[in-house]
Design a binder for this molecule. Structure first.
Ligand code: PLP
Length: 365
């Protein structure tokens, strides 16, 4: 006896399209038998891990028979010191993806709505739909979030607004005055999730620091990650900083051991490695320049980006270009799922990787 187990699933989950990750290096190696692959598809840190991280992980190996510290005391303490907030304002997550989900599970359900922009990070619609809530998608303006439209879109049932700064996959960023103006318009009973996954790359610019806005806006939740500039994508550590009340709620729904002990040790250690962060920024900055120059020479336009990636416009469907690059051993990211079928999102790599990409592109074009 059997029945339709798809139809049995929660309504929101039935129609869910699983998140499509960048193609793994090993998969392309298996398919093509190539030894050397350049992966510029998942906005990862091309530097390799910090030495302090490797040492911290090695030290933690002996304890893997034990459950991790459920409260992540050491890491929260280190984050609280760095960000000048209370440990009781921090929620740790299995990547910041996890904390985005915790917000949705805590505050969204059938009868509620969440607002996000076109071309905003795809996890916002996924977590909204999974909770059975309604998505309100606002039009973007020249690839940017239109914050006025987002504020105007708030309805009686709106519980959460997701704002990415900078956004993935467009790389567009929001300035301080614009963000503050938006936050002033949002009623206190509507939560604003300010996703700052790439904030460390913007530190030299005139960018709002979401954490410093928390005291003025108790409905604000700032999410950040160790996956990008800190170079720990595989370990999965991210966090939310918010009021103590919101943090209390998020911690009620998270799994008790959602961040493993190697990840906690690694993240705590890397916070102490300012040199690594600086090198991450430098490699990103010079790689971005290298790619922008190369795209200009190839006559390709791109969306100026404040992240560790850049969306390039090929002015035609990119499916075949993506495939040819794969055959050359280069993985990039098609972003048709974001309504951008003519763009490829390319993560910033090491100088040699960027060079290989540009050479392959000049052959392809
Ligand atoms: C805007 C944005 N937010 C959140 C995430 C989630 O990253 P993680 O779960 O690795 O912290 C990503 C990942 O690419 C992202 O681009």
């Amino acid at each position: 006896m059997s029945c339709d187990y798809i139809a049995l699933a929660n309504m929101g989950v039935q129609g869910l399209m699983p998140y499509q990750a960048g193609k793994p290096i090993e998969e392309l190696q298996r398919e093509l038998g190539l030894e050397h692959i350049v992966k510029l598809a998942s906005n990862e840190n091309p530097l390799g891990p910090s030495k302090k991280v490797l040492a911290a992980i090695e030290k933690s190996f002996a304890d893997i028979t034990r459950y991790p510290d459920s409260n992540g005391f050491e890491l929260k303490q280190a984050l609280a010191n760095r960000l000048q907030v209370l440990p009781s304002q921090i929620t740790l997550g299995n990547g910041s993806n996890d904390v985005l989900e915790l917000v949705a599970r805590s505050y969204l359900q059938k009868g509620k709505s969440a607002i996000f922009s076109e071309q905003a990070f795809i996890v916002y619609p996924l977590v909204t739909q999974a909770c059975g809530a309604r998505s309100i998608v606002t039009r973007s303006k020249n690839w940017h979030h239109d914050l006025n439209a987002m504020a105007d879109a708030i309805e009686d049932d709106t519980a959460v607004v997701f704002v990415a700064n900078p956004n993935n996959p467009t790389g567009c960023a929001i300035g301080e005055a614009e963000l503050v103006d938006f936050l002033d318009k949002v009623p206190a009973n509507v939560l604003v999730v300010l996703d700052e996954a790439y904030i460390e790359y913007t530190e030299n610019g005139n960018f709002p620091d979401g954490i410093s806005l928390l005291t003025h806006y108790p409905n604000l939740i700032v999410t950040r990650t160790f996956s990008k500039a800190w170079g720990l994508a595989a370990l999965r550590v991210g966090y939310a900083v918010a009021s103590e009340q919101i943090t209390d709620i998020l911690n009620r729904v998270r799994q008790p051991f959602n961040v493993n002990s190697l990840a906690i040790a690694a993240a705590t250690a890397v916070l102490d490695d300012e040199d690594y962060l600086q090198r991450s920024r430098e490699v990103n900055y010079s790689g971005m320049q290298q790619l922008e120059d190369g795209f200009k020479q190839l006559g390709l336009s791109y969306i100026p980006s404040f992240g560790n990636f850049i969306a390039v416009d090929f002015e035609r469907d990119v499916t075949d270009i993506y495939q040819v690059l794969l055959r050359e051993g280069i993985i990039v990211r098609p972003i048709g799922v974001y309504g951008m079928p003519n763009h490829l999102r390319i993560s910033i790599g090491l100088e040699s990787e960027n060079k290989a990409l540009l050479a392959a592109l000049s052959r392809v074009l």
